[in-house]
Write a protein that binds this ligand. Sequence first.
Ligand SMILES: CC(C)(COP(=O)(O)OP(=O)(O)OC[C@H]1O[C@@H](n2cnc3c(N)ncnc32)[C@H](O)[C@@H]1OP(=O)(O)O)[C@@H](O)C(=O)NCCC(=O)NCCSC(=O)/C=C/c1ccc(O)c(O)c1
Ligand SMILES: O=C(O)CCC(=O)C(=O)O
Ligand SMILES: [Fe+2]
Length: 382
Amino acid sequence: MAVWFTDTHELKTFLVDEGHGVKGLSELNIKTLPELFIQPPEKRFDVRKVLHNESIPIIDMSNSEDPEVIKMICDAAEKWGFFQVVNHGVPVKVLDDVKDATKRFFSLPANEKKSYLFKKSPTKNVRLVTSFIPEVDKVFEWKDYLSCFYVSDDEAFAFWPPVCRDQLLKYMKESEPLIKRLLQVLITRLNISKLDETNEPLLMGSRRMNLNYYPSCPNPELTVGVGSHSDVSTLTVLLQDETGGLYVRKHDTDNWVHVLPIKGSLTINIGDALQIMSNGRYKSIEHHVIANKHENRVSVPIFVNPRPSDIIGPLPGLIERGENALYKHVLYSDYVKHFYRKSHNGKDTIDFSKKVGRTWLKVEDNLIIEIDNLDPRTHQYW
Ligand SMILES: CC(C)(COP(=O)(O)OP(=O)(O)OC[C@H]1O[C@@H](n2cnc3c(N)ncnc32)[C@H](O)[C@@H]1OP(=O)(O)O)[C@@H](O)C(=O)NCCC(=O)NCCSC(=O)/C=C/c1ccc(O)c(O)c1
Ligand SMILES: O=C(O)CCC(=O)C(=O)O
Ligand SMILES: [Fe+2]
């Protein structure tokens, strides 16, 4: 325990309730990491597992109609679940402004930031958090984040912090054509010809933007910035600064690949919702962020999601073509709530949706149906 705090309760009060966050702790110039942040050895980063000569695909989107580019995107989503895009159409100035806006928000005095804590915030849609879920995490992660769920421009004007609101909205609007293009490309390989009003809400009906702040850390080797997890989104568009520190699991191995910061690029990753909808074809891959001894790092993911009220499951076209459904149908908000009930732990969220064998229900003498296809809202089968 650092000398400033007599016990963990006092430290948590400082971090969580008073709005200082990990950034406030880092600024006390503590020389050793408080026990609260010391991860068990199996959750710490193991440098021996890094593949230094490999990188996730880097895809130039200047001609995104090119069949070669289309193939690269779909192959990357299948094999890596992660890729970087350059010449993606979002102006570099917009990206730089978002990074500045993020730093501006976290530079506010704790007293001002405090009004965005969940307990104080007048809306559920904006919340400032330390670690991942401080009420649940036994060991804290070395990260603060502001999470903004987009409902409408009016709602954002009313509730998002004025020091960063305009830049965030601009980033969200400017990235929309890229998101649509990527989804259009990805669904083509799933034999859906067009992104249109019939499937757009399911694939991109809601968006959440997080502003992540990872302050410098006295003992980065003992803790994590973000523990290993997969995103619950359809896909995530991630802006990172020049610091580096994001590592991605190489699919089906115990090795990690660093996502090199490339000025002006965006990192795209497939989330659990698209892994489920594509019946496992596209991969939602584990990733984590290490803490850094000398640098403060910011990143800004846009999580592109189904709507909370959507039922997600393998797309009907895939099952009609004879694929065995690997996942059952679940209400998306139940899936997200499940994610928010436990600390980061690799890819375990998706177990919530896994089929654990078939369950059959005899409806009439000559009619037996699979009850995994139960609509949790209406309790009707289809
Ligand atoms: C999130 C929900 C379920 C919220 O539902 P709603 O009923 O409006 O709000 P609520 O009553 O405040 O929350 C319901 C529960 O979720 C928890 N929760 C909701 N948002 C958060 C949050 N930002 N942080 C922690 N807990 C949360 C609440 O504590 C509630 O828990 P419980 O009391 O039911 O146990 C709803 O808006 C939804 O379904 N949204 C879908 C779109 C969406 O948000 N998708 C998630 C993409 S986010 C994503 O992919 C990754 C996020 C992430 C965050 C931190 C990291 O460190 C990290 O690595 C990753
Ligand atoms: O900071 C990063 O580079 C990644 C953050 C992340 O994985 C997340 O917020 O879900
Ligand atoms: Fe993530």
